[in-house]
Design a protein around this ligand. Structure first.
Ligand SMILES: C[S@@+](CC[C@H](N)C(=O)[O-])C[C@H]1O[C@@H](n2cnc3c(N)ncnc32)[C@H](O)[C@@H]1O
Length: 253
């Protein structure tokens, strides 16, 4: 979840492995040349009823999908924290447009909303959970799995999307093997425990040159802390890239 509205600027890190970095740079610029603003906004308009993610992050997501595809990074796409499915549908729509038929987009969610935030998630998260009548509460980010299934069918995405229903600490260990290598991992589940669980369970499966997106890095303390603690615990020196401090992501070297 985020609440930003600045324009999309993709920065490239200096310390990504040279071959990967060069391949991604070429791929990203080729993809941009081909991508038309109008085409991107049309794709986003299709999924807008199903996502709370704002436009700069969605434009960056389209860029990253194209980059990974162009660079030929192996693996499926996974979103942890789906709500009504919009950002995951956007990835699937873009793959469809690119004529990619071999990648599955996995949609993982409790479909019961967010677990309660903890102290580690910070005062803003604790306050957010108390403000049940605020417009950004979205019934504690709850969406029904039947509605997501129906939307997926309406958008013609059933053949490329798989739903994984349940709490991450139960579903991710159980599905990890079935999911296999991951080219793009989008983590959009707000709180410390959830973000930590996604990184801990799925990081090792992200392919070299693959990308991990942290939607809430600039929004909630828990996501920021979980990210840094995970990288530090594993002694990983990935540089965190950002789109105007709207959304964070890093490439796995
Ligand atoms: C902010 S919403 C996701 C927004 C969505 N990506 C979009 O396009 O609008 C966060 C989602 O994470 C899910 N979630 C958070 N923690 C979870 C956990 N530990 N296990 C399963 N689902 C979780 C919630 O159910 C909720 O649907």
């Amino acid at each position: 979840m985020n609440n930003y509205s600045s324009s999309a600027v993709v920065k490239t890190g200096r310390k990504i492995g040279r071959a990967t970095r060069d391949a991604l740079r070429v791929a990203q610029s080729k993809a941009r040349q081909r991508s038309e603003w109008r085409h991107d906004t049309e794709l986003i308009a299709e999924v807008r009823p199903y996502t709370m993610v704002l436009e700069p992050a969605l434009l960056n997501l389209l860029d990253l999908v194209r980059s990974v595809q162009e660079a030929g990074i192996a693996g499926d796409f996974v979103e942890c924290g789906v709500w009504r499915g919009g950002s995951a549908f956007l990835m699937a729509k873009q793959l469809q447009q690119l004529g990619e038929h071999n990648r599955t987009v996995w949609l993982c969610d409790s479909f019961e909303g967010l677990p309660p935030p903890q102290q580690v998630d910070g005062p803003a998260a604790l306050a957010w959970a108390e403000q049940k009548d605020s417009p950004g509460y979205f019934e504690n980010c709850r969406a029904s799995v039947d509605d997501v299934q129906e939307s997926m069918e309406r958008l013609g995405l059933s053949s490329r999307v798989k739903l994984v229903q349940g709490w991450f600490n139960e579903t991710l260990p159980a599905y990890r093997e079935r999911i296999g290598p991951i080219a793009l991992l989008r983590i959009d589940c707000d709180w410390y425990d959830s973000v930590w669980c996604c990184l801990d369970e799925l990081y090792d499966q992200v392919a070299s040159g693959g990308v991990i997106i942290l939607d809430d890095y600039y929004t909630w303390d828990g996501c920021t802390l979980a990210t840094h603690e995970f990288l530090s615990k594993r002694r990983l020196s990935h540089r965190i890239l950002s789109v105007n401090s709207v959304v964070a992501y890093f490439f796995k070297q």
